[in-house]
Design a protein around this ligand. Sequence first.
Ligand SMILES: [Zn+2]
Length: 362
Amino acid sequence: MVKKLGMLPVLLAGFLWLCSFAEGKGQEKTGKVFTVVLDAGHGGHDPGNIGNGAKEKNVALDIVLAVGKELEKHKGIKVIYTRKTDKFVNLYVRGKIANEANADLFVSIHCNSHNSNAYGTETFVLGLHANKRNFEVAKAENEVIYLEENHEANYAQYDINSPESVIGLTIMQEEFLAQSIELAKLLQDNFTVKLKRKNRGVKQAGFIVLHQTFMPSVLVETGFLSNRNEKNYLTSRKGQAEVSRNIASAIVRYKKNVTDNIAIEEPPVSPVKEHPAPGVVFKVQIAAGNNKIEPKRYNFRGLSPISMETFGSVFRYLYGETSSYDEARKLQQQAKGKGYDNAYIVAYKNGARVSVNEVLHN
Ligand SMILES: [Zn+2]
């Protein structure tokens, strides 16, 4: 299912692009630095929700700064902030910061609000609004674009008031869905198991800010300021310390899983068919983006052969081609060795992309 994205504003086109082609930036990755972009929601003339007198922008920033401090203790993790002070940052600029940093993760921190006594934490990845409540959360967070200058031009593709016109699971974030969900689960597990917070779950909805990034991305609603107990907790020193420590530890755990190559997207280790079926081939996807790059060895750190395919408005770049899954795993390791840390195996049947699981087990 290909979603029509419409014309991306020229402004966006330049950086909606995985920067790993750029030699300079690519070098950092081969050094195994894991870059996390922490995004404190709202700021400046946008207070976010104001529940029981607390401003979301302040709580989000306090938590983000504490998460960052915790992460910076870890060698091998680099933290980038979309804001470190009380200032307004356009949504698309938040994504731009993450994309230009060639980040490994984007984590946006917010607080919820509801006219009921609702409480608990929930973590979102980009996707279709599964229900009215998810849509409302996304809509409330998306409305900040009205506080930006030129929002008509910069967000022309979005109709944030219509549940039908969903921002949806986009062709960019689709590539990172499994990883985004993995992090979201780790976060919710920490909140629930370690902090005994109410688990509202891992959810999907159409958040504009998650639509801007080209890496695994989540948006954490750390609790409801509209609920007096949670407002007190989230504005307390103890509450902020606990929440941020657990966000940081989920991120560290995620990084460990990625670094140890605990493949998130790969099929379970049950007997697989080494040569699945006639007409099936495997390739290794190493990158994707809005820019067209010549599929030549020198553009891809010496990897060859490189093929290119289009998916919606995105160009996918793939390394190798083989009918053997075992061989494909070797190609994947080679790609990772060249710094394409997120390289993963994809399968084709008679030229059409299919799930790897399907061809290995059926
Ligand atoms: Zn918010």
